[in-house]
Design a protein around this ligand. Structure first.
Ligand SMILES: NC(=O)c1ccc[n+]([C@@H]2O[C@H](COP(=O)([O-])OP(=O)(O)OC[C@H]3O[C@@H](n4cnc5c(N)ncnc54)[C@H](OP(=O)(O)O)[C@@H]3O)[C@@H](O)[C@H]2O)c1
Length: 359
């Protein structure tokens, strides 16, 4: 009997099987370790944000939605600033169900429309007694040569100009809510960006990937200049890279649209790419961590301050981009809305124009 047991054990654990099992085990273990490594750092702060108001642009999906979920769990009053109200309402429902925090609201914001940004800012400035954290998260990547409602190239218009305009229109509120934090989600792609002031809107030559990198460099430069302009106010401005994250951001790329390449590359991506929850960690860290209190003009990745590319810290280029952006969206160089661009003036002009066209 005993010899039978021994012989079957020997059969089961034959050297060949043992080698196969250990190779399999090593592969599984290695995959788990790699996945864990590429998952990046986790925000360890347990700070609650009861009584604080947070605005997150593009909060209906991806990194923005996961950021909103986490911050809702910490007790904040969360404003989902989104262009598609149906998607935003679905996200709101999910966030409330998962976190139990009912203080989550949707406000319409289309960053591809200056009028929408003005209306959003007007509503926030009127309704909200304070805004403690603004997370400029929304983004569009590698779309065709599209233009915003106001004629700006879409990636530059939404990723940079839209957030530039929004931030400036909320700046008095952020100042009066000090200490407050402005966080702009840039990308490692800023390292390949370039500020061509003769072609900011890609009129003479459009390359989808270059336009995205340029817009992300603009995010970093904007933060650099903004932090200088806000010195001494208690309002901080930082930008960050969330990591490479599996979200909808690649929706306009060939790979995303091709079922075949998605199918082939998905397993590889699964190993090296963060989940939206992992991708949200640096947003959350910059929004709540005590270590970041008072820290401004910095660039973060994996919940740590790191150096951005030298191009992102170029004082002269950052100032020039600020002035040019202000001119394009109709702000004066201090970020104040010019008389002719005030919501009332613009709405009046629209009414006059429509009356003229009707007569
Ligand atoms: N995923 C990555 O690997 C990665 C890497 C580096 C940086 N980032 C940055 O991370 C940020 C979040 O992106 P994600 O990865 O979470 O992608 P996502 O899932 O596509 O989310 C982007 C969000 O931006 C919104 N948005 C786009 N255009 C808008 C507009 N005109 N007005 C208002 N909202 C608009 C989208 O709304 P709709 O759903 O209505 O389109 C969506 O809610 C972006 O700034 C992106 O550049 C992402």
């Amino acid at each position: 009997m005993a010899s039978k047991v021994v012989s079957s054990i020997t059969r089961i654990f034959s050297p060949r099987l043992t080698i196969r099992l250990s190779i399999f085990g090593t592969l599984v273990g290695g995959t788990v370790l790699l996945r864990d490594y590429f998952g990046g750092a986790v925000c360890k702060s347990e700070n609650c944000i009861d009584g604080k108001t947070v605005i997150i642009t593009g909060a209906n999906s991806g990194i923005g939605k996961e950021t909103a979920k986490d911050l809702a769990r910490r007790g904040g009053h969360i404003i989902l600033a989104c262009r598609n109200e149906d998607k935003a309402e679905k996200a709101k429902k999910e966030i409330i169900e998962e976190t139990g925090n009912k203080d989550v609201v949707v406000r319409k914001l289309d960053l591809a429309s200056l009028q929408s940004i003005r209306q959003f800012a007007k509503q926030i400035n009127k309704e909200e007694p304070h805004v403690d954290v603004l997370i400029n998260n929304a983004g569009i990547m590698r779309c065709p040569f599209w233009k915003t409602e106001d004629g700006f190239e879409m990636q530059f218009g939404v990723n940079h100009l839209g957030h530039f305009y929004l931030t400036n229109l909320l700046l008095d509120k952020m100042r009066s809510s000090s200490p407050s934090r402005i966080i702009t989600v840039a990308s490692l792609a800023h390292t390949t960006g370039d500020m061509d002031f003769d072609n900011l809107n890609s009129e003479s030559g459009y390359k989808t990937a270059d336009a995205y990198s340029d817009s992300k460099l603009a995010n970093v430069l904007f933060t650099h200049e903004l932090s200088k302009r806000l010195k001494g106010t208690g309002v901080t401005a930082n930008s960050l890279h969330p990591g490479v994250v599996k979200t909808q951001i690649g929706r306009h790329t060939g790979m995303h649209r091709s079922g075949f390449s998605s199918f082939i590359l998905s397993p590889i991506f699964w190993m090296f790419v963060k989940t939206p929850k992992q991708g949200a960690q640096t947003n959350i860290y910059c929004a709540v961590a005590s270590e970041v209190e008072g820290v401004t003009g910095k660039y973060f990745s994996d919940c740590a301050e790191v150096d951005c590319h030298a191009r992102g810290r170029d004082d002269a280029v950052a100032e020039r981009l600020w002035l040019e952006s202000a001119r394009l969206v109709g702000l004066d160089q201090d970020g104040v809305l010019q008389e002719s661009q005030s919501p009332e003036a613009t709405d009046q002009t629209r009414t006059e124009k429509s009356q003229q066209s009707q007569s």
